[in-house]
Ligand binder design. Structure first.
Ligand SMILES: Cc1ncc(COP(=O)(O)O)c(C=O)c1O
Length: 399
């Protein structure tokens, strides 16, 4: 049996009629950028997350960068984040000229260890960027408490966690700002790139709207005054304001209408997609416990979105090879911890400084866990995982 890690075609086939009608209607409208679909999707997503504002952007990486810019984070500042994540998390910090400060992850949830954050705070720290890795939320109460104590901002990297909940609240509403990716592999995905910034803060929303579109127009004009306290409030007799009046150095990072149209259709299905991911994960947890694999920990008060279902074991490479021979797709998220990326060499981290993250980069792998998977496919994966353990000479040890 051939089972890919993720099969995007199956999801498309389920929404095909609606998606094709929506795409055709965009094409026929002649309005391809910042039209009705983007406007509606922003409102619908804000309401889904339980926040005042959702600002769409071209991708999650831009979303993180623009969120940091809107907070005024700049060269000389430090932002605390996790070393066990996708590169874009820390890349966004560097791209605004600030320094990523890595704090090791917890050994159970893969998320930043909140008990280690305070020790990493310096006079230059401005923000904490927790990542809800693999769809499970970080310890937000503790993180928000620390942020409040030290006057820091919290930007959730919720790129992998659309629809996940923490104490009954949706991701994107758990810090000062939240950022999502709609990359095709994500829980809520489009047919290309897309992203979203969420916040309850009116001013931050205006600044993000300005920055995503060259700092121009009315949002740019307002953002100009918000960003610099020396600028007085905008007045009616101020210089004219249109899209060719630019107030800030921003980005071209708008979501296009076709992506928004697809996302509106899928947003209605996100809860059922995530429910199915949790059902699949529960079966894996039950069937794989007390084998040679460590299954993902679930923490109280948390409704994970299981963007990925990640196992730990010794002899990872042999297990992956065995699964591959049997037609089962796997993935390694992530093989290099961020503090040891060559791109961050100037930060001068050395191996051994983030033991939990470094351990995970050597021992974890993801197995198929997508909503459209069948029970038959899952049974085959479970049996093959068990066979893999039996086949490996000498068996496996958890370490
Ligand atoms: C944790 C995390 N942060 C940021 C990103 C960046 O999102 P995008 O690929 O949409 O730029 C991703 C997605 O790839 C991610 O998984």
């Amino acid at each position: 049996m051939e089972i890919p890690l993720l099969d995007l075609k199956r999801q498309y086939l389920q929404i095909r009629t609606d998606a094709e009608a929506a795409i055709h209607s965009v094409l026929a409208s002649g309005k391809y950028i910042m039209g009705e679909n983007v406007l509606h999707f922003e409102r619908e997503f804000a309401s889904y997350c339980g926040v005042k504002h959702a600002v769409s952007v071209a991708n999650g990486t831009d979303g993180l960068t623009i969120a940091l810019r809107s907070l005024g984070i700049r060269p000389g500042d430090e932002v605390i984040t996790s070393p066990f994540t996708f590169f874009a998390t820390a890349e966004s910090i560097s791209s605004v000229g600030a320094r990523p400060v890595f704090v090791d992850v917890r050994s159970d949830t893969f998320n930043i260890d909140e008990t280690l954050i305070e020790a990493a705070i310096t006079e230059n720290t401005r923000a904490i960027m927790p990542v809800h890795l693999f769809g499970q939320t970080a310890a937000m109460d503790e993180i928000n408490h620390i942020a409040e104590k030290y006057g820091l901002r919290v930007v959730e990297d919720a790129c992998q966690a659309a629809g996940a909940c923490y104490k009954g609240k949706k991701t994107g509403s758990l810090g000062h700002m939240g950022v999502f990716s709609f990359f095709p592999s994500k829980n809520l995905s489009c047919a290309g790139d897309g992203g979203m910034i969420t916040t309850n803060d009116d001013r931050l929303a205006v600044i993000c709207r300005a920055l995503r579109s060259h700092g121009s127009g009315e949002a740019g004009r307002q953002a100009f005054y918000y960003m610099d306290s020396e600028n007085c409030e905008p007045t009616d007799d101020d210089i004219p304001c249109n899209k060719y009046c630019n107030y800030l150095i921003g980005y071209n990072s708008r979501m296009d209408e076709i992506q928004a149209a697809i996302l509106r259709i899928k947003l209605k299905k996100l809860d059922s997609y995530n429910r199915r991911r949790r059902e699949i994960s529960a079966v894996y947890n039950r069937e794989l416990q007390e084998t040679g694999y460590i299954t993902p920990a679930t923490v109280p008060d948390n409704e994970p979105a299981f963007h990925l279902y990640v196992l730990q074991c010794e002899n990872r490479e042999q297990i992956i090879e065995y699964l591959q021979q049997k037609g089962i797709g796997t993935g390694i998220y992530y093989p290099v911890p961020q503090h040891l990326q060559k791109a961050f060499r100037e930060l001068n981290y050395v191996p051994g400084t983030m033991p939990a993250a470094e351990y995970f980069t050597r021992h974890t792998f993801a197995i198929p866990c997508f909503p459209e998977m069948t029970a038959e496919e899952q049974a085959y994966i479970i049996q093959t995982l068990k066979d893999a353990l039996g086949t490996l000479k000498g068996g496996l040890n958890n370490g």
